[in-house]
Design a protein. Structure first.
Length: 472
């Protein structure tokens, strides 16, 4: 019984890891079983392509359901998912992640290699993982011998984990379509990569690749294997599910209510005429006379005439329901409703922390998962630096530290007052770190020290005089 009995997927992984003759069959079966529909759904909702856009209006005729081509069918999506994902991404990595450590040479080299590109890639990883549940980063050495990395869509990667621990990545299958007939496949393990292609449903070794299988990369004239699978997983949460999972039905309900109200408003713009004792031949004649002559003819009998009926939309009930749905979307989406009614004119630091509490809780989970991925990236960079002899063999990636600098609204006056009251109690660095106007603490400390030196130069000498050069 599980977990002692291997699952079908585990058996496929074993076939691949043992390089069995059935490996091509196993790869094909893994690809066939790799469902990405839930990932695409998160992406669709991020780009405001929600389910309401697929709605069709029906009516019943003679006991059969038929498409109603005449009934208003407004389809109004709302970008709630994008709002919540962008809010989380901006909060967590709107400001660059700080890389620090005791080994200053290693810190300098890692910052140099990752560069500003990393500050741009990290938000993309968080956005994509929020939509799909996970995203992957592939590390490699380019043709010029430089370390580089690229985001690989989660739809293209099938991870192969250790059968016992379920945590150690033993291999990865990456596949992507070239056209309707051909799919390129890469099978990565800890030392090499083997290239395949699937042509009309059959998997073969890729004959277009000269060296197959190949080393992970070549530096100088020598081929290297990383010793680890060069794919880094960035999970959105422990379950690796999209943020959309937790509030999709609420968004669908919001879209439906707004779209239905729009339909009702269109339908009630026209009056419903109730004819009593009408002398004409038919309804078309009635409408023609009304439109052309602004008059109609009715019988002289008592009770004859024309009445009108106009439906009313219960706006108060609709608004109340939409407000409740909106509150639920923010609550279960763990976002921040920045409506001015919630913020007030000058919110205190405590009220702002309370307002951001759900977002901060969600961001903390992502930070934990992404920190693990970032440390794997540090490992690959450090190994590259050792291979290229830019750092000594004793350099340890664990000495590095990644710090997320979250972006939260604050009451600046309150923060400045706290900083002033802390002077002389906390260190100057701590005070400047928490000051809302200071972006770079080291630069600010240097500027303060320079100002103090210039001030001391302007002071008169202790024994009198002007403070300038001594008189001749």
């Amino acid at each position: 019984m599980y977990p002692n009995t291997p699952t079908e997927t585990e058996l496929l992984n074993q076939i691949i890891s043992e390089n069995s003759p059935k490996i091509t069959e196993a790869i094909k079966e893994l690809i066939d079983k790799h469902s990405t529909s839930h990932m695409q759904e998160g992406v669709n909702y991020y780009f405001n392509q929600s389910n309401i856009l697929n709605r069709t209006q029906y009516y019943w005729k003679d006991g059969q359901r038929a498409i109603d081509q005449d009934k208003p069918n407004n389809k109004i999506p709302h970008g709630w998912h994008k709002l919540l994902v962008d809010q989380k991404t901006s909060y967590l990595v709107g400001q660059p992640v700080t890389i620090s450590g005791e080994d200053k040479t290693l810190v300098e080299k890692v910052n140099e290699i990752l560069g500003d590109e990393f500050d741009d890639v990290l938000p993309e990883l968080i956005k994509n993982a929020s939509n799909k549940g996970r995203e992957w980063l592939h590390t490699y050495i380019d043709e010029e011998g430089n370390f580089d990395y690229i985001v690989i869509p989660a739809e293209e990667v099938i991870p192969l984990y250790d059968q016992s621990k379920k945590k150690v990545l033993q291999g990865a299958v990456r596949y992507y379509s070239i056209d309707d007939r051909v799919t390129k496949i890469e099978l990565w393990d800890k030392e090499r990569v083997t290239f395949y292609e699937m042509i009309e449903g059959q998997v073969y070794l890729d004959a277009t690749i000269e060296v197959n299988p190949a080393s992970h990369f070549t530096y100088g004239d020598k081929g290297y294997g990383w010793g680890e699978v060069p794919f880094i997983e960035f999970k959105n949460n422990e379950e690796a599910v999209s943020d959309l999972t937790f509030y999709k039905q609420l968004i669908d309900a919001f879209d439906k209510v707004v779209s239905d109200v729009s339909n009702n408003l269109e339908e009630i713009q026209s009056l419903v005429y109730v004819l009593k004792g009408y002398e004409g031949q038919g309804l078309s004649e009635f409408m023609e006379n009304l439109k052309k002559y602004k008059v109609i003819s009715v019988e002289a009998e008592q009770g004859s005439g024309v009445d009108t009926i106009q439906a009313e939309v219960p706006i108060a009930s609709v608004d109340s329901h939409l407000n409740r749905l909106q509150d639920s979307i923010y609550t279960f989406g763990q976002g921040v409703n920045v409506n001015t009614d919630n913020l007030g004119n000058a919110p205190s630091g405590i009220s702002l922390k309370f307002l951001f509490s759900l977002l901060d809780m969600k961001a903390n989970w992502v930070e934990r998962k992404f920190t693990k991925g970032i440390y794997w990236l540090f490992w690959f960079v450090t190994e590259y630096l050792k291979i290229t002899k830019q750092v000594p063999p004793t350099a340890d990636y664990k000495s590095l530290k990644a710090t997320f600098n979250k972006s939260m609204l604050m009451n600046e006056m309150e923060q400045v007052q706290i900083a002033q009251l802390s002077t002389g109690i906390a260190s100057k660095r701590t005070v400047l770190t928490n000051h809302p106007w200071v972006e770079n603490v080291d630069e600010e400390l240097a500027a303060v020290e320079k100002e103090q030196e210039e001030y001391l130069k302007r002071l008169p000498p202790v024994g009198g005089g002007t403070g300038g050069s001594e008189p001749n």
